[in-house]
Write a protein of this length. Structure first.
Lengths: 734, 578
């Protein structure tokens, strides 16, 4: 035995063993990408380098043998720098998306590609579970979300983005109409958390913390939960029955609710804090913003959300026949379409820019117009004019578009001396909403008048009190934003309750340069949108406008997904090493060595753009299988593993043993799963033994949600048995 | 009188074959024989006329000179060739050298073993075979001979390691995969004195106990391969290779392997992979070839020039070799001097001389009136040495201290018109293309460096680029798997070290001080100096120059492709490059 020291730890190792073997045998992890026991030592990746006292060069620990008295450091500054640069270089030439752009653009980081893919496969149950990892209210959110995911969806570069939001609503509806999924909660921790506000933020935080095993009570001033989803979104867009069902599932996880209980009136933050281990303030923004236009105080001028809440609670104000809504966002759309349904004859939307600049969803804008709404673009209220204290008309300043402003939209500027007047019976101001400050007087507010909460940890001016959602920092935003905050906040609170540090670092992931992506080989397929009620029917009723996807429509729409995110994301060794060091590959941004392609056969997908040239595929095919189906082609930066003369794999002696795929440390080689649409999934991989030709053989099985997705030969017997994938599948039970 | 024509590849390229044919036509065919490379590249084709031992060297000979030469040979009347005789000054190029490795080059006929034997050929082998292998290694140790391929590792040490390795099957390999741009000393040795190589290799094989010798020579050297094959056949016929050589009981066979043209195959482990029929990619060391090399057997690999010294050392003693040179670097070294130097060619001088001796004393200084700027030593793996270090001594350590290396002996001389960023880019482009693609640092690192250098020379450099280049350079040196990658940053590091201001000028001022980077220069006509001769306008390939006769002309910078034709053609210095 040889005595040596690694990272200050005295160890012994058999003579002839390598430093890497000695380190690993003693629980010291040295990263490698090109090393595998199955094949000969290669030394390409250089990640296993270590420093040894008295040796000027860095040693590749995969090949350097242990020596008596050796003093090795596997994490010295020089070693880390070498690995860091190696990874930066490697990732600068790795053309792939770890995660799809839809997921990255979702404020709640929902795995859109995952659930869309599972819907395409008809696996609605799996789809719903994927959604519920990030959204506790998917049927509601699927209906109301302005879907930032779809803005990032690359399918738009082919024709139109995937209808991600409505697919989510579809999967959630299937679940609500069947045996609804209720997640299992962890062992009770004995910790108590109070949440103030039962809107999307509060509900979500309560759900996540309950699943984590904490005891959570939600306090709300209204008589039902849902917050703005209930009192701000009209019935025709989100039927309250759907919301009720979703809230009842949250209740089933164990969340307790206290209704009609208002902060400042019935309890204080301090009083809750005294009874709980942590408090989350998610009170929302319930006050309509003012336009500071003369005449706002007149009778018949309403705040947008006040108006909507009145209608929902059954005490709609008398708005008369002529109604003007000021604003261009989704609240303005909700207000004007509600006004139409209340029977108003002339409904105007006054907006100072044009249709193109409207922040509201395009579908909403179109549907409102179909229902009879009249747009007054490029106008801005100068004054609301009244008679006997009641609004009678609006004087509108005519505008034109000037130079773009900070938001990139062209700034509206008044056309000197040009005004217009419209007669109205009522006006609804839908230009935004604010926090009711008096309610949260215990907390420090920022210069915008919102609760100041740390953007990473969500803690406020009071220890143990956290704040999220519309009431905080930059003010009101969309529901999915609040849900994303709730998710992160729940983890921060969990860490706080356990006395642990909360890691806010965003781990590195690889992203493709959008400008380099070629879509020319994609076949055009139109976006499918669920049918809606005819305009002349829906404008008289509060019935839900969208009829939702049919199963076939949903599958067809979901099948359009381009599958941007990598299938190997959950088990990528490359990503694992990349995230271990604080890397910035953009420092070395440059040409990519290989074209992004998808060379697919029945089992294997090959994408040389993701290859890191560890050589494991080439070497295992040669050294273990003696098949030589793959070799290295090209030189230098353009080197790639390929069959000889760049022939397709099926013109080689490849016997589909799958060893190369198994050893590939990243997504350059992937084995197709039994699913029709391939989906990146956090699969459960196990090693199982079967009998092949009377011999015991090892196979590697991966399952998801109980379903067998892959069966790969795992030893010499199974690799050389010559069984097809179907035959291998036949040996394994679901 | 005998006529000897220099028939190395360079002589042939300059027209030696045509001269030979013309001489035959002129009726002196029976007097003509050939020799290899004389080493005076700038004077090719060269015809040596011997009257007994008296030599008349005729240079820059063309076919039309054949009748005059024939006349001289027939009549002895030198006046017929007076204009062709080499100048005394140019002759100094050879007389100032000390030739050991090149001792027979340009002297004997490389296709005739007899001429080699006349120069004591194969006497060293006989001598060595009479000694024990250990005694041979001891002589080499005394000589201080170090590997001439670049790394400068003591030859005796490698021989001894291979000798000590267990096993009967051992290989002696000659690395003739000379790949550095601008280096051609190994080719010259094989083309001009192949038996010297064979003799050195046989002595080496005997010393380490190898029964098989292999010459790995690049396929781009067809003449070298032809002459080596011819020499091997002759040696075999004489019983010098094969079984029981000179009755000593020592047997050794030879094999030639033509490499397919990858620079990395000059790296010893990649060379072995290639020999075995695999893709030329380096293996991890350890194990070293002395333990596990060709076919996993103990193998010793030396460069051509190293072997070319061996026979001389055995004949003259290790002490005689060690008497030349410095404390740490013994014997002589051959340099291939090229670039902006007046006399370019092969220079063999004792270690311990200075760069000034090579470039100015022997090389004759600069070709143009522009001052000497720097010399690139050791090809793409080496570095540049600036004018202020011209008195650096030729010694492994002293050259290493500058950031350059001795290398295989390439010496590219540059004057003030050479952009140092462009020079670094040139060599990096070479190494990036020649990277085998195995390790990350070399495959991607050299490519990223090249991209950065490319940006800088295009005026798209950013603040911090030089620092990032340096960071990357050190990381590549530390992390690359083989010598190719580990030394690839040297041209960049040394140009940054000595010419950082040039990098800064490209990055900050978007200017190329040497006026070489076409994206950063502009040609302009100074109206006062322009006489309106129209020559520039007529020479412009893209009609970017307008103007009428006797009136100042103007360059349309939008159209200009910066080819420099106008600049070269103007007789009045009216065109400037800025």
């Amino acid at each position: 035995m040889i005595n040596l020291t690694i990272n200050g730890k005295k160890i012994t190792a058999p003579e002839g063993s390598t430093i890497l073997e000695a380190a690993r045998a003693n629980g010291i992890d040295i990263p490698t990408l090109c090393y595998d026991k199955a094949v000969e030592i290669y030394g390409a990746c250089g990640l296993c380098v270590v420093e040894a006292e008295g040796i000027p060069k860095l040693l590749r620990s995969c090949s350097a043998k242990v020596m008596e008295g050796m003093v090795v450091n596997t994490e010295s500054e020089r070693v880390v720098q070498s690995r860091k640069i190696a990874m930066e270089l490697l990732m600068s030439a790795h053309d792939g998306d770890c995660v799809a752009p839809c997921q990255l653009n979702c404020p709640a980081h929902t795995d859109c590609q995952g659930y869309v893919g599972m819907i395409a496969n008809g696996e609605f149950d799996s789809a719903l579970k994927i959604i519920k990892n990030n959204i506790p209210l998917p049927a509601s959110i699927g209906r109301v979300c302005p879907h930032p995911c779809e803005k990032a969806c690359r399918r738009k570069n082919v024709e139109e983005p995937i209808n991600i939001a409505q697919l989510k609503a579809f999967a959630a509806d299937v679940d609500l109409n069947g045996d609804s999924y209720v997640p299992e909660c962890k062992e009770p921790t004995g910790k108590k958390v109070a949440v103030i506000g039962a809107g999307p933020a509060g509900l979500s935080a309560a759900y996540y913390l309950t699943v984590m095993g904490h005891s959570v009570t939600v306090y709300d001033m209204m008589d039902k939960a849902g917050g703005m989803l209930r009192y701000g979104i009209p019935q025709y867009r989100l039927p309250k029955e759907v919301l009720d069902k979703e809230i009842s599932i949250i209740e089933k996880t164990g969340v307790k609710f206290v209704y009609n209980s208002k902060l400042g009136r019935d309890f204080t933050i301090e009083s809750l804090k005294a009874e709980n281990d942590a408090v989350i303030v998610a009170v929302g923004a319930w006050k309509s913003s003012s336009m500071r236009t003369p005449g706002e105080e007149l009778d018949g001028v309403y705040g947008g959300i006040d108006f909507l809440r009145g209608v929902i609670k059954g005490n709609a104000p008398d708005i008369g026949e002529k109604v003007a809504i000021c604003g261009g966002g989704n609240t303005a759309m909700d207000a004007c379409r509600t006004a139409v349904r209340l029977g108003a004859k002339e409904v105007y939307v006054v907006y100072r820019r044009t249709r193109n600049e409207m922040p509201a969803d395009k579908l909403e804008i179109d549907e409102a117009e179909e229902e009879g709404v009249i747009y007054k673009f490029l106008t801005n209220p100068l004054s609301f004019n009244g008679e006997n204290g009641k609004v009678k008309s609006i004087t509108l300043q005519v505008m034109e578009l000037g130079e773009p402003d900070a938001s990139g939209r062209r700034r509206p500027v008044p056309v000197e001396g040009k005004t217009e007047e419209i007669a109205v019976d009522s006006v609804i101001l839908a230009i935004g909403q604010k926090l009711v400050q008096g309610d949260v007087s215990e907390l420090k507010l920022n210069e915008r008048g919102n609760i100041e909460a740390d953007p990473d940890f969500f803690n406020t001016s009071i220890d143990g009190v956290f704040a999220i959602g519309d009431a905080t920092n930059r003010g009101a935003s969309i529901a999915i934003e609040a849900i994303g905050e709730a998710d992160r906040c729940a983890r921060a609170v969990d860490a706080y309750l356990n006395g642990q540090a909360f890691d806010t670092r965003v781990p590195y992931i690889s992203k493709r340069d959008e400008s380099t992506i070629d879509y020319s080989d994609r076949e055009k397929q139109s976006r499918i949108t669920p049918k809606v009620l005819p305009a002349d029917v829906r404008n008289k009723s509060f019935d839900e406008v969208s009829l939702g996807f049919t199963e076939d429509e949903a599958k067809a729409e979901a099948s359009r997904c381009l599958e941007c995110g990598c299938r190997e994301y959950y088990k990528c060794k490359l990503l694992n090493v990349a995230q271990r060091y604080d890397i910035d590959p953009d420092r070395f941004k440059g040409e990519m060595p290989q074209k992004y392609t998808r060379d697919e056969n029945a089992f294997i997908e090959r994408n040389p753009a993701k290859c890191i040239l560890c050589g494991l595929c080439v070497r295992s095919c040669r050294e273990v299988m003696d098949i030589h189906a793959l070799g290295l082609m090209g030189r230098g930066f353009k080197t790639e593993p390929s069959p000889a003369f760049a022939l397709p794999l099926d013109q080689t002696k490849c016997n589909n043993c799958g060893l190369c795929v198994q050893l590939c440390p990243t997504g350059a080689l992937t084995e197709r799963s039994s699913l029709k649409k391939q989906v990146p999934l956090d699969e459960n991989c196990t090693e199982e033994f079967v009998e092949i030709g009377g011999k015991k053989a090892r196979v590697l099985v991966s399952r998801y949600n109980g379903k067998v997705l892959r069966v790969i030969p795992g030893d010499e017997v199974s690799r050389n048995a010559g069984l097809s994938r179907e035959e291998l599948f036949g040996l394994i039970k679901d | 009188m005998r006529i000897v024509i220099g028939q190395g590849s360079c002589g042939i390229a300059a027209g030696a074959e045509k001269v030979r044919a013309a001489l035959a036509d002129a009726g002196v065919a029976e007097n003509v024989s050939i020799t290899g490379c004389i080493g005076m590249c700038w004077l090719e084709p060269i015809v040596d006329v011997y009257d007994g031992d008296a030599l008349t060297r005729l240079v820059r000979v063309s076919e039309s000179d054949a009748p005059a030469i024939a006349e001289f040979v027939k009549t002895g009347d030198k006046s017929a060739v007076e204009g062709l005789v080499v100048s005394d000054e140019d002759s100094e190029f050879l007389t100032k050298q000390t030739r050991i490795a090149l001792r027979n080059c340009g002297v004997i006929n490389p296709e005739k073993i007899e001429e080699y034997m006349e120069k004591d050929g194969y006497s060293a082998l006989k001598k060595a075979l009479a000694m024990s292998p250990e005694e041979v290694i001891e002589i080499i140790k005394t000589s201080g001979l170090a590997g001439r391929g670049g790394a400068g590792f003591p030859t005796w040490f490698k021989w001894n390691a291979a000798r000590q390795s267990a096993g009967d099957e051992k290989y002696l390999i000659c690395n003739a995969d000379e790949g550095d741009p601008g280096a051609f000393m190994d080719r010259a040795v094989i083309e001009s004195d192949p038996h010297n190589l064979i003799e050195g290799m046989l002595i080496g094989a005997y010393a380490i106990g190898a029964k098989h010798a292999v010459v790995y020579v690049r396929a781009e050297y067809p003449l070298a391969i032809k002459r080596l094959k011819n020499a091997l056949a002759q040696a075999k016929e004489k019983g010098i290779i094969g079984d029981n050589i000179f009755g000593s009981g020592f047997s050794c066979d030879f094999m030639i392997k033509a490499g397919a043209g990858a620079f990395v195959c000059g790296e010893e482990t990649a060379l072995i992979e290639s020999l075995e029929g695999h893709r030329g990619m380096p293996r991890l060391k350890p194990p070293f070839p002395a333990q596990s090399g060709f076919w996993r057997k103990p193998s010793n690999i030396n460069n051509v020039e190293t072997f070319a010294n061996v026979a001389w050392i055995i004949n003259n003693g290790g002490e005689a070799f060690a008497a030349m040179g410095t404390e740490g670097s013994k014997g002589t070294k051959v340099f291939a001097v090229t670039g902006k130097v007046k006399r370019s060619g092969l220079v063999e001088i004792p270690m311990g001389k200075t760069l000034r001796d090579v470039i100015f004393d022997i090389g004759g200084g600069m070709k143009t009136d522009k001052p000497f700027k720097a010399v690139q030593m050791g090809g793409p793996s080496g570095g540049c040495i600036p004018a202020e270090l011209i008195d650096t001594v030729i010694d492994y350590k002293a050259l290493g201290a500058t950031g350059a290396i001795m290398g295989s002996g390439g010496m590219v001389v540059m004057d003030e018109s050479t952009c140092m960023v462009g020079m670094a880019k040139f060599f990096l482009d070479f190494t990036a293309k020649e990277s085998c693609g195995k390790c990350i640092h070399c495959r991607i690192g050299t490519k990223r460096m090249l991209e950065m250098l490319d940006r800088i020379t295009k005026g798209e450099g950013k603040d911090g680029d030089v620092e990032l280049l340096e960071e990357l350079c050190y990381s590549i040196k530390d992390g690359a798997l083989c010598g190719l990658g580990q030394t690839a940053p040297n041209p960049v590091l040394t140009t940054i070290k000595y010419f950082r201001n040039e990098y800064e000028a490209h990055i900050k001022d978007k200017k190329c001080p040497a006026g070489e980077c076409s994206d950063l220069i502009e040609y302009k006509i100074i109206a006062d100096k322009c006489r309106g001769c129209t020559l520039c306008a007529r020479n412009c390939p893209v009609n970017a120059i307008s103007g009428t006769v006797k009136n100042p002309h103007v360059i349309d910078t939008e159209k200009c492709i910066k080819c420099g034709k106008c600049y070269q053609s103007c007789k009045f210095g009216a065109i400037v490059k800025e």
